[in-house]
Ligand binder design. Structure first.
Ligand code: H2U
Length: 340
């Protein structure tokens, strides 16, 4: 393994490179390390629009919900109505109207909880809601892709600490899943198996990037990870989308989501911020046997509760780059599993 040598790693899913500079993680750190104030929140906040009984921006009252609550985003980035405006289509100026539906999903009525603090049965209800939304939104003729995601922590631009995620469903497959579509299709046509089945089998042999394993899912730091502690939850069985999961697999995903986020919280003794989301098959009516759904976690923290990685300079102008190797990051995460 290239443990001391600067090298480039290939991501076959997105067909892109990451520059790895392992020798640089030995350099001294003289930056500031700030203490993070413990987060103390009430179980119900009268000023939170996601807590029951409170009024949202559009004047609607959030109901007295018991577990998961899904509503249409009052500030939706894409709208279902057809545009009447003229489209722009020349070689150099090309713009097309995009239709879609944006939803907010409250994971719990409890304002003071986060996923790692919720029990498996409660997280399973979140998984069920994702499946129901993927099915319902994906069945609409003008919806061809459903992006389920979550921003956790103010550092990730999350506007409210109440545990919640988002779903944006739209006409076109956006860039990230579109790149993965190409990578997976090329692999499937050549080998007749999904890229992630073969990748996972090899990772399970090599063991060095595995973080957590159970009957239905594996969590690992991908070989091509960009963020310091980036991880991926991969189902052992090749499934194009989350609605193909059995009951047991849905519970398995809930358990893995809980264990991985607990491990993250232990790492720097802080409610770990990240952006996470599920990449899965487009909802264009095709079978998409090449797709192997997976959940990715992109956390910004680098070496403490406050020191984060910046995607600036070389990353903005050239290529993603990392110092700590994915193998080292996986080792550190494994140590964090039982550290509390
Ligand atoms: P984030 O914190 O991940 O940004 O998600 C919160 C979403 O909630 C955000 O997209 C929506 C915002 O548009 N929202 C409502 O739909 N209604 C409100 O009353 C406030 C915020």
């Amino acid at each position: 393994m290239l443990n001391d040598t600067p090298h480039r790693r290939w991501n076959p899913l997105t067909e892109s490179w990451v520059l790895v500079s392992p020798h640089r993680s030995k350099r001294p750190w003289q930056g500031q390390v700030e203490a993070v104030a413990p987060d103390q929140r009430p179980a119900h906040d009268p000023n939170c629009y996601l807590c029951s009984g409170n009024v949202r921006a559009n004047g609607e009252k959030t109901p007295d919900y018991k577990d998961v609550f899904v509503f249409t985003n009052d500030f939706a980035a894409i709208l279902p109505e057809k545009s009447k405006e003229k489209q722009i289509s020349t070689a150099l100026f090309y713009a097309k109207a995009e239709r879609g539906i944006c939803k907010v999903i409250c994971f719990s009525p409890r304002h003071d909880l986060t996923i790692p603090q919720m029990d498996t049965a409660a997280i399973r209800k979140v998984v069920d809601a994702w499946c129901a939304e993927y099915e319902e939104l994906g069945a609409k003729p003008f919806i061809n892709y459903v992006q389920i995601f979550e921003n956790k922590g103010a550092v990730m631009g999350c506007s409210n600490p109440h545990p919640h995620g988002q779903i944006w469903a739209q006409e076109h497959v956006p860039d990230e899943p579109a790149k993965k579509q190409i990578g997976q299709l090329k692999y499937f046509k050549k080998h007749g198996t999904t890229l992630l089945s073969d990748y996972l089998a090899e990772e399970l042999k090599q063991k060095e990037r595995i973080v957590l394993e159970q009957e239905h899912f594996v969590a690992l730091v991908p070989f091509w990870a960009i963020w310091p502690f980036e991880t991926m939850i991969i189902p052992r069985r090749a499934m194009a989308c989350i609605t193909q999961m059995t009951e047991e697999e849905r519970t398995g995903l809930a358990q893995m989501y809980q264990s991985l986020t607990q491990c993250y919280d232990n790492l720097f003794d802080v409610s770990f911020p990240y952006s996470a989301g599920i990449h899965q098959a487009p909802t264009d009516g095709k079978p998409h046997e090449e797709w192997h759904f997976h959940k990715v976690f992109y956390p910004p923290l680098l070496r403490s509760a406050s020191v984060k990685k910046f995607m600036v300079g070389y990353e903005m102008l050239a290529n993603p780059q990392r110092d700590i190797t994915p193998e080292k990051a996986a080792e550190i995460l494994r140590l964090a599993i039982h550290s509390k």
